[in-house]
Every structure is written in C-alpha cells, then in structure tokens.
Design a protein around this ligand. Structure first.
Ligand code: ATP
Ligand code: MG
Length: 420
C-alpha cells in the first residue's frame, strides 16, 4: 500500500519550522492580550447559513470557497472560512454584549478552510490570529486595532509591509455611491459573471485583478466623493490617530476587501516580498453584521492576520526569529543503573521548572551526545557506573566545553543555580 499524503492545498507543520508558527501566533496575540482582548474559541464548523448571511451570498468565499457538508442528522454545516461571523455569533449567544462592558474585545487563533486554487501563500487549510472589538463606534477603536497589528508585525522584525486604508461609507452614503457606480459599470465591456457582480456587489468589481478590467475603471466614480459628512469625519479621526501614533499608512480608495459586511474603515496589510499573495492580513469595521445574523445593532471592528503568509513574509525578509532552545539540560546515562538514576534527576529538574530531556533507548555515548547537541541544551549530565560508585555525575557546559563532577544529590540544585 502506498503511504498517505496531506490533502491537496494543505501542509503539515513539523519541527523545527513549526516553532516559528507558534512564535508568530504568540507575537501577534501578545499586543492584544496586553490591551484588554480576551481569548475566544469557537467550533471549526458552523451552520452554513451563518456564513451565507454573515460573509455574504455574493462573495467568492461563500459561492466558491466554502467546504460544506450535510451531517448524518441532515444539518447543513460549513467548515469555517473565516473567524468574524463565528466570533460574533458566539458573543451574541453568550450575551457578552449585555454584560454592560462595551466594547467586547476578543482575540482568537485557529484553522480556517477555503476551497481555493492552491499556490504559494494560498492554501485550503490555513491559520489566522484575529481580533474583534464588538459594540462600540469609536475611531480610536479602529486605530487601536491597526496600531496593535502594526506593533505585532514590528515585534517580529518585519519591515517591508504597508498598511492600505480606505473608508467604505455607511448605510447612508454607500447606497448612493453604489448606484452611481452601477450605472458607470453597466456601460463597460465586461463578461457575464462580472455583469452579474455589478448587480449584486458592484464595489467588488473595483477589486478585479485583471488588467483589461482595471483599464476601464480609471474614470469610475470614487467612493471618497460620496462619503457623507459623518463618515468623512470618522475617517479623518482614524487617520489622525494613526498619524499621531507614528503608524504610516497609504490611502487606497480602491480597497474593498472580499467580505460583504465591511462599513467605514477598511484596511489591509500587504507585504512586498510575497508576490501576488501579498495580503498578510486585513480587517475593518462591520457595523451591520450583527443585525445581518439576527442580533441587535452592534457596531464593531476587527482584523485577521494570516499566520502562514506572515511566516512566508519573515522568510522573504530573511528575518530569523530568536527562538530559545527548548531544552536546557540533556541527560546521557551509560548503563542500566545510570538510566534509572538520571531519569530520576530529569524528573526532578522538570518538576523544578527546568526544561530537560533524556537519551532514551539505551544508546551509546557518541549517538547520545549527538542528540544532546541537536537539542540545543546548555548542559549535559553524563553518568556511568564509576560515577555512580563515587556518587557523582559529570556536568558539561556545552558552550564552554568545561566538564566537572558534581555530587549526584546536588546536581539539580547546581543546575538550577547555573541556569538562573
Ligand atoms: P486574498 O485577497 O489573498 O484572497 P482575503 O481577502 O481572502 O485574501 P481575508 O479573508 O481578509 O483574506 O483573510 C485575512 C488573511 O488571511 C489574509 O490577509 C491572508 O493572510 C490569510 N488568508 C486568506 N486566505 C488564505 C489562504 N487561502 N491561504 C493562506 N492564507 C490565507
Ligand atoms: Mg481570498
């Protein structure tokens, strides 16, 4: 029988590269955890209707990319393609918005699934860290989220990313613009599918990547010229707060994003080292989403950053994360009795909070020392019959190469002292 392989468009995370993914999730979530965002976890699947309504019937995500399934009980489910709809559903279900503490600030980390054409940076299973601030309309909240994402990327050492910023207007001004745009688009030379899109979600035509389409869009009406005064003032305030925080951004009036629920502030983080899959993260305000999924009016804002593409961005910039060795002490027993004794020392070290590992399988000194080296441990403990007869273990500093005999009973305390 041939061996199995990971399904098309997916890949496994294995050591040592998996450590980078953990570090990226940690780095992206750290600024959120320090800013009042609480951790939320939702199921990997939801009722398909949540995404159809929440993400939007006309989006690529819902029409083409969703993994849907019918359970044995007849329920229509979908593997989650994104996080916002689920998080808002969960917050409403738990009545978090009624606890009198708005905004409800939440962060999450997990796997997402989209049936896409696999290519570099585009997978069918990928991972995101996201944040949502639910129930408050305040430009400072939009600014906070953008600043925290910027801080996260910078803490990882990324520099070649840019922030694209736009406002999509609200339920007052967006419909007026939508109509103006529709009548402009209807006169263009476009294929059937795009013509259908004009009627369902004309703003997304602006996002068309094809050159022959983009060429025709040069004179399209600009949303900026249609923004109502309230939206304009709101957007100016977000821009001013970002500028005051020293966070550089570029105004991009064509930025619409692939989800239907965005209003007002919309933004995307792009990395210039990634070729065509350049978006490392994106987000925006979604003031109407709660009502769309049956909840009360809850103006909200959020983002999701792609972990996979962030790792690719690190590789593109040549950033090596400073990942400390996971093992501090490696024990190498020579013989049966030493195995029992050193295994006891390792257990004691671990209970004292010192990361320790052990040469399992009764291997010879040479092979075991090779594993000790590979583990990155700062110290090794070696003991053979003669050492045990003398009541000592050999403690070797792997950095300096110095070795000394230490009384067995003091080995753990000595290591704790040396490792600080
Ligand atoms: P794109 O325009 O590249 O398709 P998107 O607008 O669909 O991106 P979002 O839904 O905003 O992406 O998701 C936020 C982030 O999640 C993206 O910026 C990206 O980093 C990541 N992401 C989205 N889809 C994929 C995928 N198929 N594979 C890997 N990462 C993805
Ligand atoms: Mg997409």
């Amino acid at each position: 029988m041939s061996t199995f392989q990971a399904p098309k468009g997916t890949y496994d995370l294995t050591p040592p590269r998996s450590a980078t993914f953990l570090a990226v999730r940690e780095a992206i979530s750290a600024p959120l955890r320090d800013s009042g965002y609480g951790y939320i976890e939702t199921p990997g699947f939801e009722n398909v209707e949540l995404f159809a309504r929440g993400v939007g019937e006309s989006t690529d995500i819902v029409t083409k990319e969703m993994y849907t399934l019918t359970t044995k009980g007849g329920s229509q489910l979908a593997l989650r393609p994104e996080g916002t709809a689920s998080v808002l559903r969960a917050a409403l279900e738990a009545n978090l918005h009624k606890a009198g503490n708005l905004p409800v600030k939440l962060w999450y980390s997990g796997s997402y699934y989209r049936y896409e054409r696999p290519q570099a940076g585009r997978y069918r299973h990928f991972s995101q860290v996201g944040a949502e601030a639910i129930g408050t309309e305040d430009p400072a909240l939009d600014a906070e989220l953008i600043i925290l994402a910027d801080q996260a990327y910078r803490s990882l050492g990324l520099r070649q990313f840019r922030i694209l910023l736009n406002s999509l207007g609200d339920k007052e001004c967006r419909p007026v613009y939508r109509e103006a745009l529709q009548s402009f688009l209807r006169d263009l030379d476009l294929d059937e599918e795009t013509r259908r899109r004009i009627e369902i979600n004309p703003l997304r035509v602006l996002d068309d990547k094809r050159a022959d389409v983009q060429k025709q869009l040069t004179d399209a009406p600009k949303l900026r010229d249609y923004l109502c005064d309230a939206c304009k003032a709101y957007h100016e305030e977000v821009r001013a707060l970002l500028t005051a925080a020293g966070v550089a951004f570029e105004d991009d009036e064509k930025l619409v994003r692939g989800l239907d629920y965005y209003t007002r502030t919309t933004f995307e983080f792009v990395h210039d080292g990634l070729g065509s899959q350049s978006a490392v993260g994106g987000g925006g305000r979604y003031d109407g989403l709660s009502e769309m999924i049956g909840g009360p009016v809850l103006p909200s804002v959020g983002w999701a950053l792609g972990v996979d593409r962030t790792v690719l961005a690190l590789e593109a910039e040549g950033v090596e994360l400073d990942l400390p060795a996971t093992t501090s002490v490696y024990a190498v027993p020579l013989g049966e009795e030493a195995r029992r004794v050193l295994f006891g020392v390792v257990t004691e070290l671990r209970r004292a909070g010192i990361a320790a590992d052990f040469a399992f399988g009764g291997r010879g000194l040479k092979g075991a020392m090779k594993s000790a080296n590979r583990s990155g441990a700062r110290y090794t403990l070696v003991a053979g019959e003669r050492d045990l007869a003398e009541g000592v273990v050999q403690l070797k500093d792997m950095e300096s190469g110095e070795q000394s005999a230490v009384p067995l009973t003091e080995a753990a305390a000595e290591l704790a002292k040396r490792l600080g």
